[in-house]
Design a protein around this ligand. Sequence first.
Ligand code: CAO
Length: 448
Amino acid sequence: MAMKEVLVPDIGNFDSVDVIEVHIKPGDTVNQDDSLITLESDKASMDIPAPFSGTVKEVKIKVGDKVAQGALIAMVEASDGAAAPVEAPKAEVPAAAPAAAPTAKVANVEVPPPSRPVPEVPKPIAPQHTPNPVAARVEFAPGKNPHASPSVRKFARELGADLTRVPGSGPKGRISKEDVQAWIKNELTKPRTEAAAGGPGLSVLAMPNIDFSQFGETETQALPRIKKISGANLHRNWVTAPHVTQFDAADITDLEDFRKSMQDEAAKRGVKLTMLAFLMKAAVNALRAYPNFNASLSADGGELILKKYFNIGFACDTPDGLVVPVIRDVNQKDVLDIARELGELSAKARERKLKIEEMQGGCFTISSLGGIGGTAFTPIINCPEVAILGVSRSSIEPVWDAKSKTFEPRLMLPLSLSYDHRVIDGADGARFTSHMRVMLSDVRRLLL
Ligand code: CAO
């Protein structure tokens, strides 16, 4: 087994080319044609392959060096049966070694000229239009291709990474292996918006990675698991379903009086009778009247699946993030039953004891921020449901009474209905909230 020098072969008319990648280290075993280093000129980049198989003993080159033909790359112990020796006395430097490069420099160290005719020369770096057999090796034509070395391209190809979408962090936007790895990691962890949105044409611009500490003090916290999961779902739903939000306000003066009158009775049964229980009843009524709201689009978007059951979810704020427990068969339950379940499920949610099945099977969701405040908001549909009702804080407002021709102080509840415009037309959106308004303003109808 002989120790041999491996030198930069004929790389065309370049006498100072950047070493942008070194793929070997002492101790590595290389096979003939394995890429040893990658060079880059201002026009192109190229891999320098191993001329024979062996074990790397010393690496004589590093990223950032500038080299020319003949520069010493490494000392490699050739394995048995390796190709013809590379060492050759200076006198035997073949005519093939251009006279223009008798010596070359690695950093400031003089290195000897090529000591052997290098086989399998990766030929000159040439622009793509040159009718040259090595043109296929030119991996970068500015303005046409992503800026990456052959080895990075190979790496990206193996992992299925589309280099046109990978941002390069190197000089002139050059894409490194690390850039490809970071891009793939990001692709694997980010919400799958493209497929859901209908194709790669709708890809989202990558968020810039900013070091905020340059502007002031910061603290980094991991997102709770629930936030990660709900965030991904919310993002998908926001991107997938074309949302429209219809606003309205229901006069709940009488309903609120009724609720208060029932509170003691409910308390005796250990139940807190909240407005949300009545909203669920009103929602079932409106879903019956407008069956398209109690539906889901098939996964391919070609069919509408109408549901004959009435399971209503409610957004529940927990210290770890948003969850949506579901009350089943709300149509078969009275307001006290609903209120009891609301209390039980929201307690479970806050204690992180909700089971998966208690969050499944919903037809429609109500998100009530009434206990907190606000006048209106635009809730995100809990897909594959097609609509969600947002409820804000009720307040006393002057309402015109046409009969008495006076303004009456009435307790008004703001409603914000977001719906999927692929399934629901604007007119039905307005009809649905009007229906809710009527139901909530007339307790008798609501409890029928
Ligand atoms: N207007 C005025 N007051 C209201 C109200 C409204 N619309 N809704 C509730 N309130 C009052 C209640 O009467 C109660 O007052 P008292 O304590 O004096 O009786 C207080 O606000 C608190 O209500 P609550 O929170 O106990 O009960 P709830 O049924 O309104 O809400 C729940 C239950 C689980 C929905 C709620 O606790 C919650 O988590 N809300 C947040 C939902 C959320 O984050 N949504 C955003 C999702 S993004 O789409």
